[in-house]
Design a protein around this ligand. Sequence first.
Ligand code: B12
Length: 207
Amino acid sequence: MLDTIYQSVLSGNAPETAQGVQQAIDAGLDPGEILNQGMIAAMAEVGQRFEAGDMFVPEMLIAARAMKEGLAILQPHLVDAGVEPVGKVVLGTVKGDLHDIGKNLVGMMLEGSGFEVIDLGVDVPPEGFVAAIQEHQPQIVGLSALLTTTMPGMQEIIEALVAAEVRDHVKVMVGGAPVTSDFANEIGADAYAADASAAATQAKRLL
Ligand code: B12
């Protein structure tokens, strides 16, 4: 049964994933086991295949969507079973930037790795990140930028976090196609990841 869920996530079959998760719950399987051995294991395989160049963005998105549909069914049972999220991440695309496909994928991979994700959407000004950090008290804030013109916005956000005296309470992770690890170091971010799978790995490292 777990193998069916694993295969459906891996192949990106959302209806089959949802059905498999429901069947597993009905059969009395442990929700944590369904999550870890069925779904997260499959997303880890997706990440590995992506990094190896055997899987591409569209397939990754489809797998992530299947994962999301399965998670929607599993979520209330996970709460019942007392499986605590491993950590909290506030995520958003910086001011002036409307690209969100990569950010959404990062959010899905983080959720798939057990994080609670608070997604602020796109075109988020520095004060939007500050307010969300004050409200939700995440361990990590993830910033996405796809334009060279919006990348400097990341530094402005870090400056705003310092000014609001929350910089010491939150790790800053940055990403997006034009962002590099050198740039991340330059602006004083704590981590950079080139793709959604690496973002999940980095987030776990940051905890
Ligand atoms: C799709 C797209 C759009 C769509 C966006 C739709 C949407 N809902 O997102 C639309 C059509 C709206 C669009 C608009 C524009 N776009 Co555009 N767009 C793209 C395109 C083709 C693909 C981006 C994408 O989704 N890639 C797939 C995802 C999965 O990859 P990704 O975003 O890189 O994300 C991965 C990693 O970067 C990383 N990651 C991403 N975010 C984060 C965050 C964290 C915390 C971490 C750790 C990791 C991480 O993980 C992700 C998953 O693996 C790129 C070309 C490209 N090759 O990037 C151009 C591109 C980014 N766009 C570009 C431009 C110029 C524009 C426009 C200015 C065009 C115009 N003249 O109107 C506008 C700007 C609008 C705005 N204000 O934002 C340029 C930017 C050039 C530059 N040097 O800045 C690019 C590079 C195209 C080009 N070659 O010219 N665009």
